[in-house]
Ligand binder design. Structure first.
Ligand code: KG4
Length: 340
């Protein structure tokens, strides 16, 4: 009999539901929340209200597109955390109620594990190259910058991580300082394509081991900009593209330096990238260049699986289902957690 998993994701500002049958993705519906743009960041209370409005239609649409009735589902997998508590509670409560009403198992998913396991999503008529264990994964998002050693789908070890800001957070904040929109990542990416990455230089951190730090870069960017604006009040407008390209290049260099070090130390050449910042074209190009230069086998996700989505929750749920790794209905959501 087929195993059909409904995945639910509501950790931040995307309400998403996906259906996977025997490891093959049938649907992945994402409702994003434009309301936060005018605030320059996610407003937690508005996010949870929007999740409440979106969750039922999004799940309904995911089942419809998959051509699956709710009675056919084998289990419901949901993001338990980390994330915004008010947002998580909407998805967690819905998943619990839905699974209970259908009398099927519940599967809790760690959002960070799911970003890594997005590389195992299979789609009809698409040849997806999947990493083999053990592999390294650079997980870079608005809340995380980590180098993870993935020994098995359910055994991950964090080798290094940011000691302050995440890479995405630094990009978003620098973009805000420049008066660009939110989220800054895609805007910086677009502008950087037309700029000179060597036009400006910003300070890079000197952190031992495999950890990252991005708060110094943010300050360096802010102070440099303040000085330049004193000379030319329209400095940002005149140098927008070069600023974006130089900022992006600095962040990519910082990320790749430590990743090279991790690859060398662990002697692993299977290297993946995941999380929202993995949509960045500069970072994706650096991955391809490293593959050629260092003989790495690299795994770069489809754009739709870089940012938050329920397909990654459903595939993680599917893998846990095969191990009968279910959870109790009493399990609470968690806002902060490391990898399991
Ligand atoms: O994984 P994600 O959707 O959410 C979490 O943080 O969990 O990541 C969002 C982050 C934001 O900081 C956003 O600016 C960044 O990913 N991002 C990008 C790009 N697309 C999204 N950063 C750089 N280049 C992009 N193309």
């Amino acid at each position: 009999m087929s195993v059909i998993i409904l995945g639910i994701e509501s950790s931040c500002d995307d309400t998403s539901a996906a259906v996977i049958r025997d490891g093959l993705l049938l649907s992945n519906v994402v409702a994003s929340q434009a309301i936060h743009e005018s605030y320059g960041g996610v407003v937690p209370e508005l996010a949870s209200r929007a999740h409440q409005q979106n969750i039922v239609p999004v799940v309904h649409e995911a089942l419809k597109r998959a051509g699956v009735s709710k009675e056919e589902l084998s289990a419901v997998a949901f993001t338990r955390g980390p994330g915004l508590m008010g947002s998580l509670l909407v998805g967690v409560s819905f998943a619990k109620g839905f699974a209970r009403s259908l009398n099927i198992p519940l599967i809790d998913v760690n959002h960070l594990n799911a970003h890594v396991l997005a590389h195992f999503i299979k789609e009809e008529n698409e040849m997806t190259k999947q990493p083999t264990f053990p592999f390294l994964c650079l997980l870079v998002s608005g809340g995380n910058s980590q180098i993870i050693l993935v020994k098995a789908y359910n055994e991950m070890e964090v080798l290094g991580q940011t000691i302050d800001d995440a890479a995405g957070e630094a990009i978003d904040k620098c973009s805000k300082v420049m008066g660009l929109g939110y989220p800054g990542g895609p805007i910086i990416d677009r502008l950087a394509r037309q700029g000179n990455p060597k036009a400006f230089s910003f300070s890079k951190p000197h952190i031992p081991g495999l950890n990252y730090s991005f708060s110094g870069l943010k300050t360096s960017f802010l102070y440099s900009l303040r000085d330049w604006i004193k000379e030319d009040p329209d400095f940002i407008e005149h140098h927008k593209m070069d600023l974006a390209a130089s900022l992006e290049a600095t962040i990519v260099d910082i990320l790749m330096d430590k990743l090279r070090k991790a690859a060398k130390q662990s002697n692993i050449k299977e290297i993946a990238i995941a999380g929202g910042v993995s949509a960045n074209n500069g970072l994706r190009n650096a991955f391809r260049e490293h593959a050629l230069k260092y003989g790495w086998e690299v795994y770069i996700p489809k754009f739709s699986y870089t940012t938050d989505n329920a397909a990654m929750i459903a595939i993680t749920g599917y893998l846990k289902y095969l191990d009968k790794d279910f959870c109790s209905i009493e399990l609470p959501a968690y806002s902060r957690v490391t990898l399991q």
